[in-house]
Design a protein around this ligand. Structure first.
Ligand code: FAD
Length: 471
């Protein structure tokens, strides 16, 4: 338990761009009064009892990589940090192919443990924040990893969980599937700390066979043909790649520039073949699994892409991308030093709305002077995909926070108006909460609120409009 300034300040904010701007100005509003590192589930039960009785706010805290103001504590109270003592694998069952893990375990420690257990396993969840996020945070914020097309999003991985709520403890049983009324554990996936503290999760695991993984990279003539190729691959029953990713033309050109590819002989050759700078798009593919499956999926994707006039450029661009996949996020701070705002937003969209949404958002972003707008698709489904937007733009000097918040609001409005979801994997937090009722409708919000009121009658769990819920 800590109440020193550093502990309180470092538990008062996450990684939302607006929070980072405020931090740079030395602004830390309403930090928690106390940071508690519970040692056992009994500790958490007792803490929630006391806090519930005295109406003290409790905000669960994992790796602190939230980009939606999920861990901010506007009502002060207690930040409940699970990373110190809730960081162990409790059981691996190789017959069922499951792992039961405590919620405060960080990604790398969890994956290392699985890789080194028995013949080797993987959980298949690799968000870009992998190094700094926890299993509990993945589940609470409903995340997706970079290999989600094959392994699924976190809600496809969880089989059961245990949650301590102010009203009591809920532990769901583990079945491969069941028909016992509606399932209850999904209510807590995406609950963002508003209903209780997730203490342990039982998840699927898979055989880890990196020696079998195969990679392929392609260039398409334009974004539209790459999207059609991706969609048909997902709908033709050829098996699923694990990593499946397209960069739009602007992101592709920036990738080429930063890798010193521009102006090379190969670049000139591609241009003469019709893969023109400014239109062409990169696709990355990686497939895991047993050898026969991997070979069949790669072969089918190659055949499919050929029909859409893609040019196969070998395995190494995808491998290189995978090697540096966690590093680009670290550019955000040095760019801030240079007065450049850089942020990301993401959404899920049905196939028929994908190109119109991509165009509308690009139009919005490019209307701002000197703005770089990069877009990729990285989580793909039979019925649609996500779009992930990264923008870089000079900040308005001395008005950085308002400038950013206004630009961000316009961007979310544009996504919402063009049939994109509020989030595909970053969650809602306090940042996207103002759009929730418009997105879900008032009856759905009332239902969510009723569940909240039952489990957390005094509104102590992550208060301050998280998920658009009232205390
Ligand atoms: C550079 C960067 C890249 C990112 N890339 C991805 C990505 O590729 N995919 C992706 O899905 N996300 C990504 N994110 C967002 C973020 O990493 C995820 O939301 C992640 O799942 C949060 O996990 P965490 O452990 O850091 O949780 P925290 O940030 O500590 O908490 C997130 C929310 O979950 C709640 N919470 C945490 N633990 C528990 C618990 N045990 N019980 C109940 N509630 C809890 C918190 O109260 C908070 O509301 C990225 C973030 C950054 C900064």
């Amino acid at each position: 338990m800590n109440d020193d300034d550093f502990s309180r300040a470092s538990h008062a904010h996450g990684k939302f761009y607006g929070e980072l701007l405020k931090l740079r100005k030395g602004e830390i509003q309403s930090p928690p009064d106390l940071v508690i590192y519970p040692r056992s589930e009994d500790d958490i039960i007792r803490i929630l009892e006391v806090c519930n009785k005295n109406k003290i706010a409790v905000t669960p805290f994992g790796g602190n990589s939230s980009v939606t103001r999920g861990v901010e504590t506007p009502k002060g109270g207690i930040s409940l940090d699970l990373t110190k003592h809730f960081n162990k694998v409790l059981e691996i069952n190789t017959i069922n192919s499951t792992v039961t893990v405590q919620s405060g375990m960080y990604g790398p420690a969890f994956e290392d443990y699985l890789n080194n257990f028995g013949e080797g396993f993987t959980c298949g969840h690799f968000p870009q924040s992998f190094e700094y996020s926890t299993v509990g945070g993945w589940v609470a914020a409903k995340g997706a990893g970079q290999a989600s097309t094959g392994y699924g999003k976190i809600e496809h991985m969880v089989l059961s969980l245990k949650v301590i709520t102010p009203s009591g403890v809920i532990e769901t049983k583990t079945y491969p599937a069941s028909a016992q009324g509606w399932d209850l554990y999904p209510i807590f996936i995406g609950s963002e700390g508003t209903l209780g503290v997730i203490t342990q999760v039982t998840m699927k695991i898979h055989k880890h066979r990196p020696e079998n993984t195969k990679y392929a990279s392609f260039i398409f003539k334009n974004f539209e043909s790459a999207v059609v190729a991706m969609r048909t691959a997902m709908q033709d029953g050829i098996g699923l790649p694990h990593l499946f990713r397209i960069s739009d033309p602007e992101e592709t050109e920036i990738a080429f520039k930063t890798k010193n590819f521009e102006g090379t002989l190969t670049d000139k050759f591609l241009n003469t073949l019709g893969y023109k700078s400014g239109n062409r798009c990169l696709m990355f593919v990686a497939v895991d699994g047993n050898k026969a499956y991997v070979n069949q999926v790669i072969k089918s994707i190659k055949n499919n892409n050929k029909k859409h006039k893609a040019f196969f450029i070998g395995a190494s661009p995808t491998k290189k991308w995978l090697e540096q996949r966690y590093s680009s996020a670290y550019l955000r701070d040095p760019l801030m030093d240079l007065g450049i705002m850089t942020d990301t937003l993401e959404t899920a969209v049905m196939w028929e709305n994908l190109i119109p949404l991509w165009s509308a958002v690009r139009k919005y972003l490019k209307a701002r002077e000197k703005t770089v707008a990069m877009v990729h698709i990285s989580h793909v489904y039979e019925n649609g995909a996500n779009l992930y937007f990264t923008f870089l733009s000079p900040m308005k000097k001395d008005d950085e926070i308002n400038d950013y918040l206004l630009f961000h609001k316009g961007l979310v409005d544009t996504i919402h108006e063009n049939k994109g979801s509020l989030s595909h994997h970053h969650g809602i937090g306090k940042t996207m909460a103002p759009w929730m009722e418009k997105e879900l409708g008032s009856e759905s919000m009332k239902l969510m609120q009723a569940i909240k009121n039952h489990l957390d009658p005094n509104g102590i769990m992550n208060p301050g409009n998280t998920l658009g819920l009232k205390p």
